[in-house]
Every structure is written in C-alpha cells, then in structure tokens.
Ligand binder design. Structure first.
Ligand code: ITT
Length: 193
C-alpha cells in the first residue's frame, strides 16, 4: 500500500482522512515521522497555507505528503473567521471558545449564511504541486447541537438539512463536506498519476 504523510497536527482531521482513505493508502501522521514542529501558517489563503504545510514536510523530512487548510467563512462577518478559524477566540484549537465567539459576533444579525472551505495541497515525487478544493454552504445555527465531528460542526447546518454536522454520522458529513469533496479529487488524482 502506498504510504503518504498527512501533514496535520489536528487529530480530528487525521481521523477523518483515515476513515476516507483507509484501505487505499497508509497515512502517516507528523508524529509518525518525528515531526513536532509548529509550522508557521503565514499565507493569506487556504490554498497558500496548505502549500506551506506540505512544503515544510517535503523539504525538511523528504516525504511525499499532503496538507489540509480549512475553515469557516461567514458572510455577515466579511468572511471571518476564514483562515483564522482555528484561533478565532485566541487559543489555537479551542473549539468551544471559537464557537462561543462566533455566536456572539452573530448576535442580532439576520444573515447567518456561511460555508466551510478546504484546500488540500499535494506534493508527490517530482510532480508539480497539486491543490484540491471543496466548499459546503450552510447556515450558522443559534445554539450548538450534536456531539460528533469537531470545530464548528455543532453550529453548522448545511443547506437543505435540519440538523448540524455534529448530529450527522461521519459518512453523512463526508458525503457532502468541504473536506470530503477535496479528498475525492485527491483520490482521483492519486489513482491516475
Ligand atoms: P493543522 O494546521 O495542523 O492541519 P489546524 O486545526 O490548525 O490543524 P487549520 O489551520 O486548517 O487546521 O484550521 C482549521 C480550523 O477550521 C479547525 O480548527 C476548525 O476550527 C475549523 N474546521 C475545519 N474543518 C472543519 C470541519 O470539518 N468541521 C468543523 N470545523 C472545521
């Protein structure tokens, strides 16, 4: 089975990817390759940050790898939290605080439309870098619901649904999610190159 590094420190993303790619590719985590670096995410787009993370691992550790940069954009907030999604409330990866801040920022606003976006950057052999994107539209709910998923999932109701991503099974989420879409493109590329 082809081995490929997934350059993430987010255990939830790793679990999602293992579920989506399990059986087809052996995914190595950053700790599997002895990388404990705090990779600087200094770009101003999901694509740019995904590429920075993938390049860091390929250049310093020599592995074929891919990285995910993702987040939620809310129209009434001018696209925030966007690329700042993981550290919206200040502490990187504090999902509860991030959700509280999002609800507070949206108080009194009628337009609650937003979307999750995901960019996956792949660096494989000497191929040109490849970027695969996905997005899913929805609305920010008024109160969190559900215990599944991670991040903003308890507050995100995809268009046409009557429950949050956190109330769905992993399979239901992946079938329409931003990451599910980007991974489908990644899988197609890997199968044909
Ligand atoms: P790595 O950079 O190490 O991959 P990270 O969590 O720092 O992990 P990002 O910078 O890409 O990753 O930030 C992604 C944030 O966006 C994540 O922490 C969540 O708050 C949010 N997010 C992304 N995908 C999500 C999803 O499927 N469901 C809920 N929230 C999500």
């Amino acid at each position: 089975m082809e081995k490929i590094v997934f350059a993430t420190n987010n255990a939830h993303k790793l679990a999602e990817l293992r579920q989506m790619l399990g059986g087809r590719y052996e995914l190595l985590s950053l700790s599997d390759i002895g990388c404990h670096d705090d990779i600087p995410e200094t770009a101003d787009s999901f694509e740019g940050n995904a590429l920075i993370k993938a390049r860091w691992v390929k250049e310093k550790y020599g592995y074929d790898c891919f990285a995910d940069d993702s987040g939620i954009e809310v129209d009434a907030l001018g696209g925030a939290p966007g690329i700042m999604s993981a550290r919206y409330a200040g502490t990187h990866g504090d999902d509860e605080a991030n959700n509280r801040k999002l609800l507070a920022e949206l108080e009194g606003k009628t337009n609650r439309r937003g979307r999750f976006r995901c960019a996956i950057a792949l660096l494989r052999g000497n191929d040109e870098p490849q970027i695969f994107c996905g997005a899913v539209e929805g609305d920010i709910m008024h109160t969190p619901a559900g215990a599944g998923g991670f991040g903003y999932d308890p507050l995100f109701q995809p268009l046409g649904w009557n429950r949050s991503f956190a109330e769905a099974t992993p399979e239901e989420k992946h079938a329409i999610s931003h990451r599910g879409q980007a991974v489908a493109k990644l899988v197609d590329y890997l199968a044909h190159h």
